[in-house]
Write a protein that binds this ligand. Structure first.
Ligand SMILES: [Zn+2]
Length: 500
């Protein structure tokens, strides 16, 4: 058996106007041909796909991996290059049995709303209908009609915070091979769910969403079905064919449909419970001031989460701290390339008036003029401690720690690995020694931060990943999607896709 393995990974936030160019991928990962084999055994989706293929002695043809973190729409030229390289790998051999694709699945380009569907369709048109196409995706993917039309297998993460990248790749690999090897081939059914909810309001660590995932896992364990994915579409994607969905894979199509509907109805019924309870910035500052135990207070600034594709350049918390005159020892990271460059220019131990914030999204994020002391300078590389992506190397570009009274601000060119404590630790800012830490992430940070604090407060802040979805300028997403429509008695049967 011969299989091509490729990867295209970026999560788009439609409200971030900064185009994601090739340079963003260069900073994270562009691996071509044999370079992909460096990911064998690594805690990522490709690592899992490789394991499944190696177990069955599949002849692996490495194509290309282009990977970067969340952000604005991807420059179409980058996707065209990806497809061209993938097709070159496919054409190296006369016949290919399968193509395995690791995708994020919620990606928009400067020209196409459905980047993932566009990629899968392009690959399908080259390999024909007999070749198996199996895709692994993020839990926040938008599984479009086009993706379903041209794929045999689609699997998404079952954890949030995401810690099962490898396992998801492995499931994708196993199920893709099952399509080739088994007499009774797996059937895939999708049910679309017309809802989007903010990503900070649910987790698979506890609560109703965790219970729902457990139900799905029980169905797999009891061999009722082969696989399931519950997709909570990343809610800052403003596309026409946008929705959450459930995919179930089973040997019998009727079973796949029955359980996809079962899980979809349950998810839809939970929609009201996925609204977070928000504190104001001032309230969280007060909580930190009154805090008497040694755990730091975490102010969750999910609206400016670069993990959710927001711009990371908000100074809303710093502004409130300065206005309140609070003396709480605070840590925060802000994307601000000019401030980082100025710090490098004037050097450690010196002071200057800096303009901080609003460099990426001035429509939403303010700029502060404030005197800062340059505490330290950095090249921006750091190693993630995990649990997610432990050992992965990130680079936030030329960066500096600026001190404003009791506030330490890490300014950098871009934020990667937001939510991993090493984003602070590696730059001399030990999170456990602060009284207040602003974390610009939705839920991902909980896997690491909950080990040293349970004082975590979702906070009402401005940004391109605002929790208040109705406040954002959606133009293309259907008005029939919750929370824009209440959809009281929606019957899920009309949203089934994949029945033959
Ligand atoms: Zn995700």
């Amino acid at each position: 058996m011969k299989a091509v393995v490729i990867e295209f990974h970026q999560e788009t936030n439609s409200f971030n106007p900064n185009v994601c160019t090739r340079s963003y991928f260069e900073q994270s990962r562009i691996a071509i041909g044999e370079e992909l084999f460096e990911l064998i055994g690594k805690p990522c989706a490709l690592g899992g796909i490789f394991k499944a293929l190696q177990e069955k002695n599949v002849d692996i043809i490495p194509g290309i991996s282009m990977f970067t973190m969340s952000g604005g729409r991807v420059d179409q030229k980058v996707v065209d290059e990806f497809i061209e390289r993938s097709i070159q790998a496919i054409h190296q051999h006369a016949s290919i049995d399968a193509v395995f694709i690791s995708l994020h699945g919620a990606t928009e380009t400067t020209e196409h709303e459905d980047c993932s569907g566009y990629i899968i369709e392009a690959i399908r048109s080259v390999v024909g209908n007999e070749t198996i196409l199996a895709c692994s995706t993020d839990m926040h993917a938008n599984i479009t009609t086009k993706m379903m039309e041209h794929s045999n297998i689609i699997c998404g993460y079952e954890t949030y915070p995401h810690v099962d990248h490898f396992e998801t790749g492995y499931r994708t690999g196993k199920l893709g091979l099952s399509c080739l090897l088994d007499v009774n081939k797996p059937k895939m059914v999708q049910v679309k769910i017309p809802m989007i909810v903010p990503a900070s309001a649910y987790t698979t660590m506890s609560g109703p969403f965790a219970a729902l995932i457990n139900e799905g896992q029980l169905l797999v364990k009891n061999r009722e079905i082969d696989d399931f994915s519950i997709y909570q579409m990343q809610p800052w994607l403003d596309v026409e064919d946008g929705a959450s969905s459930v995919i179930v894979i089973a040997k019998e199509e009727a079973k796949a449909e029955e359980y996809a509907l079962f899980l979809a109805r349950k998810l839809f019924n939970l929609r009201e419970s996925f609204q977070p309870n928000l504190y104001s910035i001032d309230q969280v500052i007060k909580i930190a001031e009154k805090n008497t135990n040694s755990q730091p207070v975490v102010l969750v600034d999910s609206a400016d989460s670069t993990n959710a594709g927001a711009t990371g350049d908000s100074v809303a918390v710093v502004k409130k701290m300065l206005e309140s005159g609070s003396k709480v020892k605070t840590a925060i990271a802000i994307v601000d390339a000019p401030a980082a460059d100025l710090a490098h220019e004037i050097g450690v131990g010196n002071k200057a008036v800096f303009s901080i914030g609003g460099t990426k999204l001035p429509e939403m994020n303010e700029t502060l003029q404030v005197e800062c002391y340059v505490k330290s300078l950095h090249d921006g590389t750091f190693v993630q401690e995990g649990p997610a992506g432990r050992g992965m190397i990130n680079n936030i570009g030329p960066s500096a720690v600026l001190r404003i009274g009791n506030i330490d601000v890490l300014v950098c060119h871009h934020i990667f690995g937001n939510g991993d404590p090493q984003l602070f630790r590696a730059f001399g800012m030990e999170p456990t020694l602060y009284e207040l830490i602003t974390v610009k992430a939705c839920t991902s940070f909980r896997a690491a931060y909950s080990k040293f604090t349970d004082q975590i407060y979702d906070t009402d802040t401005p940004g391109a990943a605002s929790v208040d979805l109705k406040s954002l300028p959606f133009k293309r997403l259907s008005k029939h999607v919750y929370p824009f429509s209440s959809l009281e008695n929606k019957e899920m049967n009309e949203f089934v896709y994949g029945k033959s």
